[in-house]
Design a protein around this ligand. Structure first.
Ligand code: AMP
Length: 310
C-alpha cells in the first residue's frame, strides 16, 4: 500500500496512487456511464469528512475520495511535517461509507513538474479572515482543487462548511473560470460538546481539549444575542473576543461578522451572516463559524462514539 506506483484493490476499494491508475479507473467509470462525485481531503478522516461522502452518494453514482496533504497550502512553520496521516484507517473508514475509489497520490504524482509556477489567485476574498495570517493558504488550496478538477473531471464536488471561506472561494473560482463542476457544501459536524471536528484536534492535550469547546459555545452565544436583537457586529464580535480571552487558554486570531457570499465585513449583522473566527490553543490553530439567525442544525456526534473520531 505504500508503493505509490501501485493501483491496488484493498478490501473492495480501488486505492489509486498515480495518475495513470486514476485515468484507467476513470475510463472504466465513464464507460459504465457513472456520474462522479469528488470529495477532496487531506486524510486522517473523521465524521466531518464522512458526512461529505454521504452527501456525495446522494448526488452521483460513484464517489471518489482524494487524500492529499497539499504542501502548497502550508506556510513556513505550519504543521505540514506533522500533519496526521493514517492511510489504512482512512481506507477502512471510507470503504465502510461506500467509497470505491480513493486517489492518494504522493507529491511527485500531484506535481510531477515540481511546484506549479502558475497558481490560482483567490483575489481580495482570499486576503480576508484566514488569508490575513495565512497568505499562501488559499492560492495553494485553489491550485490543488483546480488540478484535481482537471485530472478527475467530476460532475459534483463536495466541501464542508467548516472551512467556510474555502467553500466560498471554490464556488467563486468555479464561476470565474467557468469550470464545469457542481460545488456542494455539506454541514459542519461537531463533537457532542460543540467542538468542530478537525484532523488537527488530535494535537490538543487533554486540558486543551477541555478548553476548546468554549470557542463554539461563545460563537453560539453571540448567535443567540443576535436573535435577541443585538445586530451591531462590533458588539457581537467584542463579546465573543472578550469572553474567550477572559476565559484563558486561548488566543483569538480573529472574530468577524461577514457577508455569506462576499465575505465583506458587515457593520450590522443580518440573517444568514457568518460569524467566523480562528483561535490558537497552544500551538494548535482552530477555525469555526456559525450562521446568524439560521437554526443551528450542525450535526453532533454522541458523547460515547469514540470509534467515529479520527
Ligand atoms: P481537510 O481534510 O481538513 O482538508 O478537509 C477536507 C474537507 O472536509 C473540507 O471540505 C472540509 O471543509 C471538510 N471538513 C473538515 N472538517 C469538517 C467538519 N467538522 N464538518 C464538515 N466538513 C468538514
Amino acid at each position: 500500500m505504500s508503493d505509490p506506483s501501485e493501483s491496488v484493490r484493498v478490501e473492495g476499494v480501488h486505492l489509486l496512487r498515480d495518475r495513470v491508475a486514476l485515468q484507467e479507473a476513470l475510463a472504466e467509470l465513464r464507460e459504465r456511464g457513472d456520474s462522479l462525485a469528488l470529495v477532496p481531503t487531506m486524510g486522517y478522516l473523521h465524521e466531518g469528512h464522512l458526512s461529505l461522502v454521504d452527501q456525495a452518494h446522494g448526488s452521483a453514482d460513484t464517489v471518489l475520495l482524494t487524500i492529499f496533504v497539499n504542501p502548497l497550502q502550508f506556510g513556513e512553520g505550519e504543521d505540514l511535517e506533522h500533519y496526521p496521516t493514517d492511510l489504512e484507517g482512512d481506507v477502512r473508514k471510507a470503504r465502510a461509507r461506500g467509497v470505491t475509489h480513493i486517489f492518494a497520490p504522493p507529491v511527485s504524482e500531484m506535481y510531477p513538474d515540481g511546484p506549479p509556477v502558475i497558481r490560482v489567485d483567490p483575489g481580495p476574498m482570499g486576503k480576508r479572515l484566514c488569508g490575513i495570517s495565512r497568505p499562501h493558504h488559499f492560492p495553494g488550496v485553489l491550485t490543488v482543487v483546480a488540478r484535481l478538477f482537471a485530472l478527475i473531471r467530476p460532475d459534483v464536488a463536495v466541501f464542508g462548511r467548516k472551512d467556510y471561506q474555502q467553500a466560498v472561494l471554490i464556488r467563486q473560482m468555479v464561476r470565474d473560470l467557468a469550470l464545469d463542476v457542481d460545488v456542494q457544501v455539506g454541514p459542519l459536524v461537531r463533537e457532542h460538546d460543540g467542538l468542530a471536528l478537525s484532523s488537527r484536534n488530535v494535537y490538543l492535550s487533554p486540558i486543551q481539549r477541555e478548553v476548546a469547546p468554549r470557542f463554539q459555545a461563545e460563537l453560539a452565544r453571540a448567535a443567540s444575542d443576535f436573535l435577541g436583537g443585538m445586530t451591531e457586529a462590533r458588539h457581537l464580535v467584542s463579546g465573543v473576543r472578550d469572553r474567550l480571552e477572559r476565559g484563558g487558554g486561548m488566543r483569538v486570531e480573529y472574530i468577524e461578522v461577514v457577508h455569506p457570499e462576499t465575505l465583506l465585513p458587515m457593520e450590522t449583522a443580518r440573517v444568514g451572516a457568518v460569524l467566523a473566527g480562528a483561535v490558537h490553543i497552544g500551538s494548535t490553530r482552530l477555525i469555526d463559524n456559525v450562521l446568524l439567525g439560521v437554526r443551528d442544525e450542525d450535526p453532533r456526534l454522541p458523547p460515547s462514539d469514540r470509534s467515529r473520531r479520527a
